[in-house]
Design a protein around this ligand. Structure first.
Ligand code: GLP
Length: 243
């Protein structure tokens, strides 16, 4: 486990974008596992900026997103498909056919999830998986208690996650109650994992996840066992750990 301390959100985003950029330069046809949430937005902005300057090229890149709400069509403005297009894909030269997000409109959970695992497999696995961290330690939508051996599956969102995500919807009732998410096993199979965390609100969970016991109660804690895991956090998010 490598921990990189950044001054602030901008510095965190730039450092993480540098790691992604290095991956794409070393392997132009890299398979990038991408994440939503507010934390990675600065990374996407930085990558778009470097793309506009001609410093990075996404022509051959494949992307595999972590998760999607079950029941939201991709054109719904709160779907993760929509989020990724608005914040990143529409602004770089990634090919639409190389973009993968679980199909939230397919209500057949079993089929949607097994198809997604086939996509990951057919792409040759994920070279670099980007992650944020939920307040309760969730990664993707793997909530506390999720078994470490799960592949892509359907989850019931916890009240804490619905509460945290309601800011994006008109009301709490509009937040979908289920999602399709890559499982912990799918995430652990990525060759490299990069997590970003910022703000004082993440300080406790960062400490618990990376300086506490490895337990399904804190899903992110399993990353302590990943052979190539890097956490880039700002000063606030890392303020409760002794580096
Ligand atoms: C959502 C996403 C996660 C993300 C988490 C934290 O639940 N499914 O992938 O890490 O939110 O979001 P934020 O970065 O906004 O704190």
């Amino acid at each position: 486990m490598k921990i990189i301390k950044a001054k602030d959100y901008k510095d965190m985003s730039r450092k993480a974008a540098n790691i992604i950029s290095a991956q794409v330069i070393m392997k132009p046809n890299a398979v990038l596992g991408l994440a939503t949430g507010s934390t990675p937005i600065g990374i996407y902005e930085q990558l778009i900026d470097w793309y506009n300057k001609g410093d990075i090229d996404f022509e051959e890149v494949t992307t595999i997103n972590l998760d999607e709400y079950r029941g939201l069509d991709k054109n719904h403005d709160q779907s993760y498909w929509y989020f990724m297009h608005k914040n990143f894909f529409d602004k770089v030269n990634i090919k639409e056919e190389n973009i993968n997000v679980p199909d939230g409109s397919n209500l057949d959970a079993k089929q949607a999830c097994s198809e997604y695992e086939e996509i990951i497999h057919a792409a040759g696995g994920i070279d670099l998986q980007l992650l944020g961290i939920g307040n309760d330690g969730h990664i993707g939508f793997n909530e506390p208690g999720a078994a470490f051996e799960l592949l892509t599956h359907c989850v019931d969102l916890t009240d804490s996650t619905i509460e945290a995500n309601k800011r994006f919807f008109e009301s709490k009732d509009d937040v979908p109650k289920q999602a399709y998410t890559m499982g912990i096993k799918s995430i652990m199979q990525a060759r490299k994992v990069l997590m970003v965390a910022n703000g004082i609100g993440k300080a406790d969970i960062v400490k618990q996840a990376f300086f506490g016991p490895v337990t399904p109660e804190v899903p992110a804690s399993i990353l302590q066992m990943h052979p190539d895991f890097t956490l880039v956090g700002d000063e606030e998010a890392l303020s409760k750990i002794d580096l």
